[in-house]
Design a protein around this ligand. Structure first.
Ligand SMILES: [Zn+2]
Length: 335
């Protein structure tokens, strides 16, 4: 199975009441942890690369790592996706360089400019059978180069989505319904606290999602900033010398609900970072004499794999859907 775009994945996910996990990759251990979990659970998966990841690891290294994962997991549908492309040139570079899907995020620009830039990327991408994700609305938080202050976020306007999708021809749409980038998704002022003193975030705006669904029935929706920031990892980080007070994410049951609706792609990055960092900190604390990177990256990779397996089974619900996705791909979309 070669790399594929997201069409067959989203077809099946939309109608099947599940979502595909889109996990950010930056190095070999992350690629391995994610794809080993997907492989064992027979789950389609999206590996996504941000501008920051390309700057860190280099485009060629990342593409080759993903190609290796495809070779090692021949039965699993895998898409290689650009996360938060902010210019036509960056999207074009990735399309020319082997990506099967790109995001053009012009959501910070005025509506008409967003339409114009997204259309330009779609026109180029579709020539090469590459799918395009666009965005309407603004998420709060920090992700690599994307940074929006709390309070400056804006929910997607459901009355714009139909016009936007029609005009641009994009293949999926990221919307803002209260998710947020990074490990500090909400300020303490935005939350309440439970009995253990852990922040409880405000619920997602399902009414915005449902209004969007009504205006573009059958169209795949994407949620960014959807790590749940598991408190076990936050505790681990803090227990072994880290300092991440009040790190908080999106409750998993709300993501599960979104996956049963029109949400076909759920982005998870911070949870990978936390799983790795928590476990590396623990390893260093318990083995102060060890210095072989393989010693501490091995449990870190295993932690990524375990976390991704949990997401696939209990949050996304995409386990066991690889075969049907491949079938639809072969029959309907393969060129
Ligand atoms: Zn994002």
């Amino acid at each position: 199975m070669p790399l594929m775009n997201t069409k067959a994945m989203f077809d099946k996910a939309y109608n099947g009441g599940y979502a595909i996990g889109a996990f950010n990759v930056n190095n070999m251990e992350i690629v391995q942890g994610i794809t080993e979990a997907a492989g064992e659970l027979k789950a389609p998966v999206i590996l996504q690369v941000s501008k920051g990841a390309r700057a860190y690891a280099n485009h060629t290294y990342l593409v080759k790592l993903v190609e290796a994962a495809v070779k090692e997991n021949p039965d699993i549908p895998i898409a290689l996706h650009l996360d938060h492309g902010d210019t036509f040139e960056l999207c074009k570079d990735c399309i020319d360089g082997g990506f099967t899907s790109v995001m053009i995020d012009a959501s910070s620009k005025p509506y008409e400019e967003n339409v114009e830039l997204t259309s330009k990327v779609v026109e180029y991408a579709h020539k090469y059978d590459v799918t395009v994700e666009a965005e309407l609305g603004t998420l709060a938080g920090i992700e690599d180069e994307v940074q929006v202050e709390h309070g400056a976020e804006a929910y997607t306007k459901p009355e714009e989505v139909e016009d936007f999708v029609k005009k641009t021809g994009c293949d999926s749409l990221a919307i803002a319904i209260g998710t947020s980038h990074g490990a500090y998704k909400f300020t303490p002022e935005q939350c309440t606290r439970n009995a253990e003193g852990i922040l409880v975030p405000p619920p997602l705006k399902f009414e915005v999602l449902e209004a969007c669904m009504k205006n573009i029935p059958g169209f795949p929706i994407v949620l960014h900033g959807s790590s749940s920031v598991p408190q076990e990892f936050v505790k681990m980080v803090n227990q072994y010398g880290g300092k991440m007070p009040d790190a908080v994410g999106i409750p998993e049951e709300q993501l599960r609900k979104a996956a049963t609706l029109a949400v076909c792609k759920i982005n998870i990055d911070s949870d990978i970072r936390l799983a790795m960092t928590g476990n590396i900190r623990k390893y260093f604390a318990e083995h102060p004499d060890h210095f072989d990177p393989r010693q501490y990256l091995k449990p870190a990779r295993q932690a990524v794999k375990d976390m991704v397996a949990h997401k696939i089974k209990n949050v996304l619900g995409c386990n066991g859907h690889a075969e049907e996705t491949v079938k639809v791909w072969n029959e309907k979309y393969k060129k």
